[in-house]
Design a protein around this ligand. Structure first.
Ligand code: IPM
Ligand code: MN
Length: 354
């Protein structure tokens, strides 16, 4: 293949963030050698680390670096040492601001259950047949970003969506569904909410006009929460607004039995993406070298596929991870005699060069 050169911003973040981030950096280095691409990794601050160094959770320098890059890899943000800070110095705000500043409206959260890990799921095996779903969550609008205010006796978080905001994330979800099983489920609360009624209209319009081959169904969010536990194998692509997507993706992630396994991507119109594990910064195990790096490594694979257009390298990395799972290479969250972060990372690298 021709010269492949990738510009990546590294955002280690807080607590176990830097530990899993270092695993990704090591694997990327190894993969570059094997696959023959080159890359720059420009490390920047976000979250509590940025609050400590610069007094704010998302310094302008971090945004500027992202604007010059193809993708960003993020560990995790947050920790108890910043809990009593004023709202504008909360690490999580760094995350919300970077999503908004870079227009990362499309959040992909795939939930796949690898056979070698199925026994970790809290669900009975017969419910887990064919679980392979993609949650597409709108990430830069809705009640997260609507007008907000509070006084002693009242508070308000406005949930507002425009047709355009719904259209662009719907198109992204439809394109993904067309490459999968061609089934799209819109999750909403159209029996109660006006925003949901608009979602239904706009999603139907887009599907009918541009993706007529897609099979579209509508599902209320309360029912969806239930069906994720009773028939998770029936879903292909699940499209939903910001808050519902936040809640349902945590629920869906537990199908796999560990928060440490699932990656995510947050992408904009130019295909720049922020890639991060769905787990948090796990302050309780930070600094011990035992964090599960797999969600971070799978996020790196998503970055290669979705922002860097290198499906081959993504496949190779995922194959390395799956081969480790098949050989029982696991951290302590899944196996009491499990390995350390560094040992798991080395095992993945060994499989890449084989
Ligand atoms: C997530 C997280 C964030 C969200 C928080 C940390 C702001 O829960 O990425 O799902 O609610 O979006
Ligand atoms: Mn969440």
């Amino acid at each position: 293949m021709e010269n492949r050169h990738y510009r990546i911003v590294g955002l280690p973040g807080d607590c176990i963030g830097p530990e899993v981030y270092r695993a990704a950096a090591q694997v990327l280095d190894c993969l570059a050698g094997v696959q023959g691409f080159t890359y720059e990794l420009d490390e920047q601050r976000i979250g509590g680390a940025a609050v400590d160094a610069a007094g704010e959770p998302l310094p302008q320098t971090t945004i500027d670096a992202c604007r010059k890059a193809d993708a960003a890899l993020l560990g995790a943000v947050g920790g108890p040492q910043w809990d009593d800070r004023p709202a504008e110095q909360r690490p999580e705000l760094g995350l919300l601001k970077i999503r908004s500043a870079l227009n990362l409206f499309c959040n992909l959260r795939p939930v796949v259950l690898h056979p070698a890990l199925q026994h970790f799921s809290p669900l009975k095996p017969d419910r887990l047949v064919n679980v392979d779903l993609m949650i597409v969550r709108e990430l830069t609008s809705g009640s997260y970003f609507g007008k907000k205010w509070r006084n002693e006796n009242e508070a308000e978080d406005v949930c507002r969506y425009t047709r355009e905001e719904i259209e662009r994330v719907t198109r992204a979800a439809c394109r993904i569904a067309m490459q999968r099983d061609r089934r799209l489920t819109l999750v909403d609360k159209a029996n109660v909410l006006e925003t949901s009624r608009l979602w239904r209209i706009v999603v139907r319009d887009v599907v009918e006009a541009e993706f007529p081959k897609l099979d579209l169904e509508f599902l209320y969010v309360d029912a969806a929460a239930m069906h994720l536990l009773t028939r998770p194998g029936d879903f292909d692509v699940m499209l939903t607004e910001n808050m519902f997507g936040d809640i349902l993706s945590d629920e869906a992630s537990m199908l796999s039995g560990s928060l440490g396994l699932l990656p995510s991507a947050s992408i904009n119109e130019q295909r720049f993406g922020l890639y991060e594990p769905i787990h948090g910064s796990a302050p309780d195990i930070a600094g011990q070298g035992i964090a599960n790096p797999y969600a971070m490594l799978l996020s790196t694979a998503m970055m290669l596929r979705h922002s860097l257009d290198d499906g081959e390298a993504a496949d190779a990395l995922e194959a390395g991870v799956y081969s480790c799972w098949e050989d029982g290479v696991l951290t302590r969250d899944l196996d009491p005699d499990g390995l350390r972060t560094q040992e798991v990372t080395d095992a993945v690298c060994e499989r890449l060069v084989r």
